[in-house]
Design a protein around this ligand. Structure first.
Ligand SMILES: Nc1ncnc2c1ncn2[C@@H]1O[C@H](COP(=O)(O)OP(=O)(O)OP(=O)(O)O)[C@@H](O)[C@H]1O
Ligand SMILES: [Mg+2]
Length: 236
């Protein structure tokens, strides 16, 4: 594959947390543009750590380029505008005083006019079913509602890559179905880290399996998720 067709190109990415924990121990992963990748693996495998590298929030060593941009000081602002990242824990993501402001934040930063911002926020909140809550303080929402706000806050701009950490966690069945429908309508590259294997089956063409800080297998969803012996060995 031509490098320009890659949304994510990671070679031997290594990252240790300040306490010395080796979060990533030589990750290799190439994702073509437009692909939808389910990132699976047991607790502590490094899925969240990897996603946090995709917009430069964490910086490991090795080679990492996203949407053709190497991750460095010069590119990080541009990358943040192109990569929509939903954190595993919405409390780590939400910081504005109202749901409206929270969702508007990225749209304001992207330079849209106030009327365009309002229209985009209304659309994003409608898509996650939260239109009635736009004046509420995000802290005072249920877990699933917070997750929906976090998802709306990345849908509000036109991202080229969506990196979603446990997007279905905490959602009720109707919310989960709505999430699948709305993600299914996207043409952009999507990487979603999850333990929800039916979600991966419903949305992703590719599965990447992580274990012990490395990506140990990448393949078509139909191959990986039907390999029962392999899944069991991985604790999935
Ligand atoms: N802030 C931190 N400080 C130190 N170690 C951390 C920190 N965050 C994560 N780790 C460690 O890094 C490793 C990878 O964690 P990570 O959160 O990326 O796993 P994960 O695959 O997302 O797991 P889960 O399925 O539970 O979400 C684990 O060993 C974890 O204990
Ligand atoms: Mg995680």
């Amino acid at each position: 594959m031509d490098d320009r067709d890659l949304a994510i190109d990671i070679r031997q990415l290594v990252f240790s947390y300040p306490d010395g924990t080796e979060g990533l121990r030589g990750v290799d992963l190439c994702v073509g543009k437009g692909r939808r990748v389910g990132l699976v693996g047991p607790n502590g495998a490094g899925k969240s750590t990897l996603l946090l590298h995709l917009n430069g929030l964490l910086r490991g060593t090795g080679a990492l380029s996203v949407l053709g941009l190497e991750i460095n000081e010069r590119n990080v602002a541009a990358l943040r505008r192109k990569v929509g990242l939903v954190f595993q824990n919405p409390d780590d993501q939400l910081f504005m005083p109202t749901v409206f402001d929270e969702v508007a934040y990225a749209a304001v930063n992207a330079g849209y006019s106030p009327s365009e911002v309002s229209a985009r926020v209304a659309d994003a909140l409608g898509r996650v079913g939260l239109s009635a809550l736009e004046h509420k303080h995000p802290v005072n929402l249920s877990v699933g509602q917070k997750k929906r706000v976090a998802i709306a806050s990345v849908l509000v701009t036109d991202n080229e890559l969506l990196a979603l950490d446990e997007p279905s966690a905490g959602l009720d069945p109707a919310g989960r179905r709505a999430l699948i429908a709305l993600l299914d309508a996207f043409q952009t590259t999507i990487v979603l880290a999850t333990h929800d294997l039916p979600l991966v089956e419903a949305l992703c063409d590719t599965v990447a399996v992580m274990r012990d800080g490395q990506v140990t297998r990448v393949g078509p969803t139909a191959d990986v998720l039907t390999d029962e012996a392999f899944l069991e060995e991985c604790g999935l």
